[in-house]
Design a binder for this molecule. Structure first.
Ligand SMILES: Nc1ncnc2c1ncn2[C@@H]1O[C@H](COP(=O)(O)OP(=O)(O)O)[C@@H](O)[C@H]1O
Ligand SMILES: [Mg+2]
Length: 267
């Protein structure tokens, strides 16, 4: 059920971590689905040339002729790149392999860091949330996401090296804030792939909270086999098995995010 919302203006969140395999795409897909399920209009922008978010939402290759690549470097109109997903309220701008060469083309554009921000402007009133799924790198494509975004959502995998690389990520966020996007904040840190049977997971979670405090979401995403199976069926975990622990955690994460957003706008 869609609530009538006046003055809708998308809140843009970049899902960023320069490490691969930490749960960025899984978080973008399932958080996006959970937000859509409670009536928010969501656009997911797939900025990874691998196109995992596009595949995970079951968008076939045939529907990927105008993609985030064309949006970023070919000045395609944003409307021509948006594809509805099978989930009501959830649209996606898919990615294609051409994006892997976009870096070199971006540097020739002016300004290279603002292409995504400018490209998304026309659809800002159409969505409540725009989630930008970033590649595993702090390259110019990711910088475009950080310049377009209001805030960054960082998935951290509960493993020994979780905090490694985080200081580089935080200093990149700082630099973008100082030079290109003063409004950029860290929206939150999400602990992913938590394994209850592994004492290390527990310890990593404690460490991360000790370092990053209130930025860390209370909700922890457990390691869950249903979550990892879902993409091969072209469906979010929330549709593949909405009762599994992973899906339930993403529903909880969406609730916690909406509470945080309400507190932010009230403040
Ligand atoms: N909570 C989870 N439980 C089990 N497997 C997961 C979970 N989250 C992600 N995965 C799996 O781990 C791999 C990496 O996740 P992904 O979201 O693609 O990371 P990234 O986008 O950061 O590279 C994928 O195969 C995904 O299905
Ligand atoms: Mg990914």
């Amino acid at each position: 059920m869609e609530m009538p919302r006046r003055n809708r203006l998308a809140r843009k969140l970049a899902v960023v971590n320069q490490k691969g395999g930490v749960g960025k795409t899984t978080t973008a897909i399932n958080l996006g689905t959970a937000l859509a399920a409670v009536g928010r209009k969501v656009l997911l922008v797939d900025l990874d040339a691998q196109g995992n978010a596009s595949t995970g939402l079951g968008i076939d290759r045939a529907k990927r002729d105008r993609t985030s690549y064309h949006l970023l470097v070919r000045a395609s109109a944003v409307g021509a790149t948006i594809v509805p997903s099978a989930i009501p309220n959830l649209d996606i701008i898919p990615a294609s392999v051409e994006l892997s060469g976009a870096e070199l083309e971006l540097v020739e554009l002016n300004p290279p860091q603002r292409q995504l921000d400018e490209a998304l402007r026309p659809v800002m009133p159409d969505y409540d949330f725009i989630l930008i799924d970033c590649p595993p790198s702090l390259n110019l494509v990711t910088v475009n996401a950080m310049v377009a975004a209001d805030a960054v959502l960082v998935p951290l995998q509960c493993e020994f090296f979780a905090l490694e690389g985080l200081s580089q990520l935080l200093s990149t966020i700082d630099r973008v804030r100082r030079t290109l996007n003063p409004k950029l904040e860290v929206q939150g840190i999400v602990l992913t792939m938590f394994d209850r049977r592994n004492r290390l997971s527990e310890q990593v979670a404690d460490d991360v909270r000790a370092h990053l405090g209130a930025k860390v979401y209370d909700t922890i995403i457990p390691r869950n086999v249903r979550v990892s199976e879902a993409p091969s069926h072209g469906r979010p975990a929330l549709l593949y098995d909405h009762r599994c622990a992973g899906s339930q955690a993403y529903i909880q994460l969406a609730g916690e995010m909406l509470r945080r957003e309400r507190q932010r706008t009230a403040a």
